[in-house]
Ligand binder design. Structure first.
Ligand code: FAD
Length: 451
C-alpha cells in the first residue's frame, strides 16, 4: 500500500468524493465529513413541485477526461449526453440565428474553420481575424506565469479582435467557461479552456449535458460507491479545526474529535482559510481569490416554446438557455433554465425584477413564448459559484502539498492549472491522493522494516 493507513476527507464536493475514492482504492481506511446533508458540493438539486431542479445548470466538455473517469467509477457515465460534434446554436433578438459547429474532418485546429467561417453573428472581416487569433492562441502556454499576468481581453485587442468579436464570439465562450468577462479573465485560464477545449484536439470541445438532475448524477451514486468501498460518511458534520496529534492529525467537529494518519481538506477556499493551520500552510494568499456569481432563471411554460436542446443567446450580455424538461421530470409543458454567468450585479437585484426582465428576454428570442403561459418561474443565485478567475490568480492558488506531510489541500480553486470546473475539482482530488501517497511512502517502508 502507498498512502496513509487512515484518512479523513473534509468536504464532500467532487474534489472530496474523488479523494475519498482514490484513497480507499489504495487501501486507506477513509471517512468523509461533510457539513451539508448531502454529497456533491456545488452540484446539487432540489424539489419544487414535480420538478427536480438544479441550482445551477452544469455542462462538461469531452476533454473533461478525469471527471468522466469519476463518473465511470460512480456508474453514472450513461447519465450524461455528449454531442457527436461541437454544435452551439447562437440566437439573438438582433441577428438571424447562427451556430458554432465544428467540421467533421481535418486536423485541429482546421476543424474550427467551418465554425468560424459560418458564424453569421460577425462580419466576414472579423471572422477572418478570429481565425488568425485562434491560431495565435495555440502558441500561448497556459502554464507560463507570464500568461497569467495579463487579461484575455488585452491579448485579444493586441491580436486585432474588434469589440464585436470580443462580445459575440470570445466573450460568449469565455464568460460561460470562466465566469468572468474577457476584459478581466486570466489569459492563462482562457488559453487552457480554448486550447484544451477547442484548438488542440478535434473532439475535445463537444459539449456534454447531464440527462438527470445533478443529485442523481453525483450524490446518490457516490453514496453507493462509498458503501461498496467501505468509505465512512458523516453528512451534517461541520469541521471546526485541524491540529497535529503525535504522528497524525486530529479533526474537531461540532460533535467531537476524530484522529487519522492524514487529512484531505477539500472545502471552498474561504473555508480552507479558516481551517488550514498556519503552521501547515503559512502562505494563504488564496484568501484574495475572490468570488464570482452565477444566477439561473427557471421558467416552466405550459407548452413547448423551442425545439433547441440548448442555445447561446446574444443580447445585452450573453447567456445560455437549456431545455431541462425531461431531465427535471416536468410532467407537462417545457422547462427552460437560463444560466447567467459573471452575474455579480444580479445577486442583489430583486427576484421580481430579474424574472420580469428575463421573461421578456426569452420572449424576444422564442416567439412561441409570447403565446405560452408561465406555469412557474423562479431564480437561483450562487454568489460564490467560482473563484474570480482574473489575471494574476494563478499565483494565489496553492498546490495540494502543505508543510505537513499528513495534510493535503483539494478543491477546484487549488493549483490544478484548470479553471474552477468539475474537471478541476476532480483533478485536485487526484492530486491530493498522489501527494499523500508520496509523503507516506517512506513512513510505510520504515514501519515494515521495524516490524
Ligand atoms: C451555478 C454553478 C454553475 C456551474 N457550472 C459549471 C459548469 O457548467 N461546468 C463545470 O465544470 N463547473 C461548473 N461549476 C463549477 C463546479 O460546480 C465547481 O468547480 C465544482 O463543483 C467544485 O467542487 P469542489 O469539490 O472543489 O468544491 P465544492 O463543490 O464547493 O465542495 C466543497 C464541500 O465542502 C463542504 N464544506 C465546507 N465547509 C465545510 C466544513 N467546515 N466541514 C465540512 N464540510 C465543509 C461544502 O458543504 C461542500 O460540499 C458551476 C458552479 C456553480 C455554483
Amino acid at each position: 500500500m502507498s498512502g496513509p493507513n487512515s484518512a479523513l476527507v473534509v468536504g464532500g464536493g467532487l474534489a472530496g468524493i474523488t479523494a475519498a475514492i482514490g484513497l480507499a482504492q489504495r487501501g486507506t481506511r477513509v471517512t468523509l465529513l461533510e457539513a451539508r446533508p448531502r454529497l456533491g458540493g456545488a452540484t446539487y438539486s432540489f424539489q419544487r413541485d414535480s420538478l427536480t431542479a438544479d441550482t445551477g445548470q452544469h455542462v462538461l466538455l469531452r476533454c473533461y477526461s478525469r471527471y468522466q473517469e469519476l463518473l465511470a467509477r460512480l456508474g453514472a457515465s450513461d447519465d450524461i449526453a455528449i454531442q457527436d460534434r461541437l454544435d452551439v446554436p447562437v440566437i439573438s433578438p438582433h441577428h438571424r440565428p447562427t451556430r458554432l459547429r465544428r467540421g467533421l474532418h481535418g486536423p485541429a485546429p482546421l476543424h474550427l474553420l467551418p465554425a468560424l467561417a459560418g458564424y453569421r453573428a460577425l462580419p466576414t472581416a472579423d471572422r477572418i481575424r478570429a481565425v488568425l487569433a485562434a491560431s495565435a492562441l495555440r502558441g500561448v502556454d497556459p502554464d507560463d506565469p507570464a500568461s497569467d499576468a495579463i487579461t484575455f481581453g488585452a491579448w485579444l485587442r493586441r491580436h486585432g479582435q474588434t469589440p464585436a468579436a470580443v462580445d459575440r464570439l470570445w466573450g460568449l465562450l469565455c464568460i460561460a467557461a470562466l465566469n468572468i468577462v474577457p476584459e478581466q479573465a486570466s489569459l492563462a485560464l482562457a488559453a487552457r479552456v480554448f486550447r484544451t477545449g477547442l484548438l488542440d484536439d478535434v473532439r475535445a470541445g463537444d459539449i456534454g449535458v447531464p440527462r438527470v438532475p445533478l443529485s442523481r448524477l453525483h450524490d446518490a451514486p457516490a453514496r453507493q460507491t462509498f458503501a461498496r468501498l467501505g468509505i465512512g460518511l458523516h453528512t451534517g458534520e461541520r469541521v471546526r479545526g485541524i491540529s497535529e496529534s503525535g504522528p497524525g492529525l486530529t479533526v474537531r467537529t461540532d460533535t467531537g474529535e476524530v484522529d487519522a494518519d492524514a487529512v484531505v481538506l477539500a472545502v471552498p477556499h474561504a473555508a480552507a482559510a479558516r481551517l488550514a493551520p498556519a503552521a501547515a500552510v503559512p502562505d494563504q494568499r488564496w484568501n484574495e481569490l475572490g468570488d464570482a456569481a452565477i444566477v439561473n432563471v427557471h421558467v416552466l411554460y405550459d407548452r413547448p416554446v423551442t425545439a433547441l436542446p440548448f442555445a447561446a443567446v446574444l443580447g445585452s450580455g450573453s447567456w445560455w438557455v437549456f431545455d431541462r424538461t425531461e431531465a427535471a421530470g416536468a410532467a407537462h409543458g417545457q422547462y427552460l433554465v437560463s444560466s447567467l454567468s459573471a452575474a455579480q450585479e444580479l445577486i442583489g437585484t430583486p427576484t421580481e425584477e430579474i424574472r420580469t426582465r428575463h421573461l421578456s428576454a426569452l420572449a424576444a428570442v422564442f416567439p412561441a413564448a409570447r403565446n405560452a403561459s408561465v406555469v412557474d418561474s423562479f431564480v437561483t443565485r450562487e454568489p460564490r459559484a467560482t473563484f474570480r478567475q482574473g489575471a494574476g490568480t494563478g499565483a494565489l492558488r496553492p498546490p495540494a502539498a502543505t508543510r505537513w506531510p499528513s495534510l493535503a489541500l483539494a478543491g477546484a480553486w487549488t493549483a490544478t492549472g484548470w479553471p474552477d470546473t468539475m474537471e478541476g475539482a476532480v483533478r485536485s482530488g487526484l492530486a491530493a491522493v498522489e501527494t499523500l501517497a508520496t509523503s507516506f511512502k517512506p513512513q510505510a517502508q520504515t514501519r515494515e522494516v521495524i516490524a
